[in-house]
Design a protein around this ligand. Structure first.
Ligand code: PLP
Length: 369
C-alpha cells in the first residue's frame, strides 16, 4: 500500500474549491488538478516547477533567528526587503510592493486591467493563471501561438487585439522555458494601443541570462514587472514576490486587493537571499548543467524537446502526453501537465541530478513499453 503525501490531498481539494469559488488557479493547483490523484511520499516531483534546493542557508538562518518574534507583525522587515531590492535594481522603493508570491498581483492586475471591452492577450502555450482571471473579468481571451523560435509573437499579438487591456509576456515562458528578445518587448511597448499595459512575468528570469524589463518600468512606460522568490530562490512554500510599476499603476492594481502583512519568515528569508551574491549565479549554473545533461541524454536516446533557458522544458512524447504522464506516475515520477494546443508534449521540471536520473530511467521504460 503506497504512502500518500498530505500535500496532494490539500492541493486537490484547494483546486476544486478555488475553481468553484474564484476560479483562481496557481501553479501548484494546476499541477494537482492535472495530476488528478495523489502521489507516494518518495515520488519524484518534477511537475510544479519547484526548486528542489529550497531556501539558501542564509535564508534558513534568518528565519530561525526570528521565529521567536512571530508574535509581531514587524512590518518594518518588509520595508527593509523592499528597500534592499530597490537599491539593488536602482528603483525607487515606492515603485515596489512585496506580495505573498507573484500569483496575487498577477491575478489582481488581470482583474483590474481587463474587462469585457479590454481583452487579455497572451501566448499559447503559456502560463494559465492570467487566462483564468480574464475569464472572471469577462474579457475576451486572445491566445496567440508562440513564434517558430518559441518567442512571444508580439506583432501577431498586437494585430490580434487593438482592444487589448493587458499583454501578458512571460519571460522565460512557462511551459517552454524559451526567451522573448528584449527588442520584441520594446517593440510591443512602443506599438501597443494607448492605455493598455504590458505585464512582464519574470518568475524564471534568473535561470536565464536574459535582460530584465525593469528598465522599461524605470523609463516610465506602461509596464508592470512581476518577480517571485518561488523559483531560483527556492521559496515557493514560504510565499514572497514583488510587483514593480509606477506608484499610479500600483495603486490602481492593488486598490481592491487590500494590503496584508507579509509573513515575517518569508520576508527575512527573501532579504537574506537577495544579499547572498552567490545564490543566483550558482543556482543558474546548477540548473543549466542538469538541464544540459538531460538534453544530451534525450539527444542520444532520440527524443525531441524544445531547448529551454529555464527550469522546465517541453518534451515530445509523440503520443497523448496525458497517457505518458499517467504511465510516469505509476513509475513514481510526477511530470508536468499537457497544454491543449500541444497534446503530445509534456512539461518537465529540471530537478536534482538524482531526480533526473530517475526521470530518465522511467521515461525510457514508459516510451519503450
Ligand atoms: C509564470 C509564473 N508566474 C507566476 C507564478 C507564481 O508563482 P508564486 O505565486 O509561487 O510566486 C508561477 C508559478 O509557477 C509561474 O510559473
Amino acid at each position: 500500500m503506497p504512502h500518500f503525501s498530505r500535500r496532494s490531498f490539500l492541493h486537490l481539494s484547494a483546486a476544486t474549491t478555488a475553481a468553484a469559488a474564484f476560479r483562481l488557479m496557481n501553479e501548484p493547483m494546476l499541477a494537482a488538478a492535472s495530476r488528478g490523484h495523489s502521489h507516494a511520499a518518495d515520488a519524484v516531483l518534477i511537475d510544479s516547477n519547484e526548486n528542489p534546493l529550497g531556501p539558501c542557508q542564509a535564508a534558513c538562518d534568518a528565519m530561525s533567528a526570528l521565529l521567536h518574534q512571530g508574535g509581531r507583525y514587524s512590518d518594518e522587515l518588509t520595508d527593509i526587503l523592499v528597500s534592499t531590492f530597490a537599491q539593488m535594481e536602482g528603483l525607487n522603493p515606492n515603485w515596489v510592493r512585496a506580495t505573498v508570491g507573484s500569483t496575487p498581483p498577477l491575478a489582481l492586475a488581470i482583474l483590474t486591467l481587463t474587462s469585457p471591452t479590454k481583452s487579455y492577450v497572451a501566448a499559447d502555450p503559456g502560463f494559465e493563471t492570467g487566462m483564468h482571471m480574464a475569464a472572471v473579468s469577462g474579457a475576451r481571451i486572445v491566445n496567440v501561438p508562440l513564434s517558430k523560435s518559441y518567442a512571444h509573437d508580439v506583432k501577431a499579438m498586437l494585430a490580434a487585439a487593438p482592444d487589448a487591456g493587458v499583454f501578458y509576456i512571460c519571460n522565460p515562458n512557462n511551459p517552454t522555458g524559451t526567451l522573448t528578445p528584449q527588442s520584441d518587448i520594446e517593440y510591443l511597448v512602443a506599438h501597443k494601443p494607448a492605455g493598455s499595459i504590458v505585464l512582464v512575468d519574470e518568475a524564471y528570469i534568473h535561470f536565464s541570462e536574459a535582460p530584465s524589463a525593469l528598465n522599461l518600468v524605470k523609463d516610465g512606460k506602461e509596464v508592470i514587472v512581476l518577480r517571485t522568490f518561488s523559483k531560483v530562490y527556492g521559496m515557493a512554500g514560504l510565499r514572497c514576490g514583488f510587483i514593480i510599476a509606477s506608484p499610479k499603476l500600483l495603486e490602481k492594481v492593488l486598490q481592491h486587493g487590500g494590503y496584508n502583512f507579509m509573513p515575517i519568515t518569508a520576508v527575512a528569508a527573501a532579504t537574506a537571499s537577495l544579499k547572498d551574491p552567490q545564490l543566483v549565479p550558482e543556482r543558474r549554473r546548477i540548473n543549466a548543467n542538469i538541464r544540459q545533461q538531460t538534453f544530451q541524454w534525450l539527444d542520444r536516446a532520440g527524443y525531441s524537446y524544445i531547448p529551454s533557458e529555464s527550469n522546465c522544458f517541453l518534451l515530445d512524447t509523440k503520443r497523448p502526453g496525458k497517457d505518458v504522464r499517467e504511465a510516469m506516475a505509476t513509475e513514481n515520477v510526477m511530470i508536468g501537465r499537457v497544454w491543449p494546443s500541444m497534446p503530445t508534449w509534456v512539461r518537465v521540471t529540471v530537478g536534482t541530478a538524482e531526480e533526473m536520473s530517475r526521470f530518465r530511467f522511467a521515461f525510457q521504460k514508459v516510451m519503450k513499453a
